[in-house]
Design a protein around this ligand. Sequence first.
Ligand SMILES: [Zn+2]
Length: 124
Amino acid sequence: MPKELNRSELLEIANSTHSKANCPQCGSLSCVGWETVPGSFDLSCLKPIGTLRIEGAPECWEEDHPDGTNLWSENAPISIQFHPYNRSDVYECKECGSKYLRYTEYGGYYIDERIRALDPKLIS
Ligand SMILES: [Zn+2]
């Protein structure tokens, strides 16, 4: 089981990120907001370092958008008690140390792997 992270631990991880400029592994990712992981992207360059899924926490499908953002907004807050952050795991690029959030969207007939860069300024 990956380590369960609280807000301050997540902030610390987010703030420990260095520049991903010119990273050959994850530099192609463009995911300021949530994006579907491109089929061409090699997920094995990311290693899990923790999770925001808290064992035994009540299910919450509500999203947090106090400023009129939506799930896909580049400036949507990262509110860890809310969907989809409460179902996300935290990953780090093995090459450059960039941090990402990932979760899997299970639709009726599809599975969508989604990824978003972890920006400390957006953690609410
Ligand atoms: Zn990288």
